[in-house]
Design a protein around this ligand. Structure first.
Ligand code: FES
Ligand SMILES: [Fe+2]
Length: 348
């Protein structure tokens, strides 16, 4: 297993729509590429190479002028929202060189998410950014955490999310227990919007919910369906449906959808955002709070445990292999499939 690569030809989440305010310049690095990104006055998000064509000053350190152009903080080159240089203050008497334009990055804003294409132009039409319709469905309410800076290869997070057996012991006593780790798994490979994906389904009956889940849904004994799906290199979707025994599919069913986006900064760092989406007003154990209220309060503790493990796992990749040989469980089939998918996409 390699933990020092990433898929270049992919759509990655630059942020949620609400993170991009009009004329608010932001700098970020995705797949080792420096990016300046902002929402123009017309509401459209645009993204370019963050290096000013003059002397590489990050444009994200500049400002937006009244005419909507970005002014570099160093010598004042200004660029419009097509990336073209429209002003060079120190030599207004000369024509602006035609080469003075920024490299654009394709942006798609859909379902409340801003996606960037980080690959080659020829490959772009092959795949579409995955849909996340629940984010904008009025029947649902959502919460997205602040971006989490994780010092590990993004693949370790994807594997963590598809790895069912870490609920014990890593999450023992909150969202997990040993019984959860033993639930049989169904593996489904499918293509979603041109993205080869891997999904696991785990169905269990008469299962005693661990404390956090009992709190979030107000049910102790449940029938439950839990799915985990790496939809694309940029996002993984988790869905949980539960109800008192025999009641799945009835009005008593409750659940959540959790999207996790994983955006590589470089080989050893990524940004993680999780979005919890729940039917509006779905009750929790606490009569004054909804499921979403309780998830907002409690889920960060679970995420901290994962982050704690991921960080340590990454450090062990720094040592020479020296005969090290990973042992796989039956449940690791999903992870091994994901590795194949990502490796194939890396060389596509
Ligand atoms: S570096 Fe941007 S104007 Fe000189
Ligand atoms: Fe976890």
């Amino acid at each position: 297993m390699k933990a020092d690569t990433f898929v270049q030809n992919a759509w990655y989440v630059a942020g949620m729509s609400q993170e991009f305010k009009v004329n608010d310049l932001r700098g970020m690095v995705i797949t080792k590429k420096p990016i300046v990104i902002w929402r123009g006055k017309d509401g459209k998000v645009v993204a370019f190479d963050d290096r000013c064509v003059h002397k590489r000053m990050p444009l994200s350190c500049g400002k937006i002028l009244d005419n909507g152009a970005v002014e570099c903080a160093y010598h004042g080159f200004a660029y419009d929202t097509s990336g073209k240089c429209v002003s060079i203050p120190s030599q207004m008497d000369l024509a602006i060189p035609s080469r003075a334009k920024l490299k654009p990055y394709p942006v798609v804003e859909q379902d409340g998410v801003v996606w960037l294409w980080m690959g080659s132009e020829e490959q772009m039409s092959r795949v579409h950014p995955p849909r996340t319709p629940e984010f904008v469905d009025p029947q649902y309410e959502s919460f997205t955490c602040d971006p989490i800076d994780v010092p590990c290869n993004y693949r370790l997070l994807i594997e963590n999310l598809l790895d069912i057996t870490h609920f014990y012991p890593l999450h023992d006593g909150n969202i997990g227990d040993l019984a959860n780790s033993k639930i049989p798994i169904e593996f489904i490979e499918q293509e979603i919007d041109g993205n080869p994906s891997m999904k696991t389904v785990r169905h269990v009956e008469n299962y005693r919910h661990p404390p956090f889940l009992r709190d979030w849904f107000g049910y102790e004994m449940v029938d439950r369906e839990h799915t985990h799906c790496m939809v694309s290199p940029g996002i993984t979707r988790v869905q949980l449906r539960c109800a008192p025994p025999g009641k799945l599919g009835t009005s008593e069913e409750r659940g959540y959808i959790l999207h996790h986006s994983h955006t590589p900064v470089d080989e050893r760092r990524h940004f993680w955002r999780w979005t919890a989406t729940v039917r509006k007003g779905q009750p929790s154990l606490d009569p004054k709070k909804s499921t979403l209220d309780r998830m907002k309060e409690m889920f960060p503790a679970v995420v901290d445990q994962d982050r704690w493990a991921l960080e340590r796992q990454q450090k062990m990749f720094e040592f020479p292999e020296d005969g090290y040989d990973e042992v796989h469980l039956r449940s690791d089939r999903s992870i091994l499939t994901v590795r194949k998918i990502l490796e194939k996409l890396e060389t596509a």
